[in-house]
Design a protein around this ligand. Sequence first.
Ligand SMILES: Nc1nc2c(ncn2[C@@H]2O[C@H](COP(=O)(O)OP(=O)(O)O)[C@@H](O)[C@H]2O)c(=O)[nH]1
Ligand SMILES: [Mg+2]
Length: 201
Amino acid sequence: MAFGRSSRTRRPVEPVTLKILVAGGFGVGKTTLVGAVSEIRPLRTEERLSEAGRPVDDLVGVEGKSTTTVAMDFGRITLREDLVLYLFGTPGQDRFWFLWDELAQGALGAVVLADTRRLEDCFAAVDYFERRGIPFTVAVNLFEGAERFPAETVRTALDLDPEVPVLLCDARDRASVRDVLVAVVEDAMTRADASREPART
Ligand SMILES: Nc1nc2c(ncn2[C@@H]2O[C@H](COP(=O)(O)OP(=O)(O)O)[C@@H](O)[C@H]2O)c(=O)[nH]1
Ligand SMILES: [Mg+2]
């Protein structure tokens, strides 16, 4: 009766692929984050900041940044053998907002990267995901020299709902970014489960 079972159970698993957006203001570390974890060479379209772009791209607090992503960052990370994430970095500049609705199609959840020196830069992303009901996790990218605030202080400043996860991270660090992505997936799954729960009377 039990014969022949092992060949069935050993079949390689077809991984589930999930789409995660990476949003946040200009220069907050989106390209860095995708590059830190991606198993494929990140596809990105960087362009030197042109003179024409200068009045639009506010460079205060963005150290040594001479390129800007004009299209998007794209990367892939295998969280488990049966779970693969595709990462899409949203363009940070307002003039590329028309791409957001396309990118948001089919996304499980999002990371909103924040820099405590320019917290207001992520308001637009927070508003966007709140309005669309896309689960998001706020990840504070810890830059040297930036004052460190507890996650709860950031939550209050951004006026986030209590269920929105807020984490501190280093966008350059693979393990740190992985932790953030695991949080995004767990949060999105928890919410999906909760919404499937039958209504009680
Ligand atoms: N010190 C420090 N620098 C970072 C960190 N994350 C990104 N950077 C730098 O900040 C600049 C902007 O990052 P980038 O990923 O291009 O930002 P993006 O516009 O959101 O894609 C780059 O020069 C990065 O090397 C970080 O966690 N710490
Ligand atoms: Mg970028």
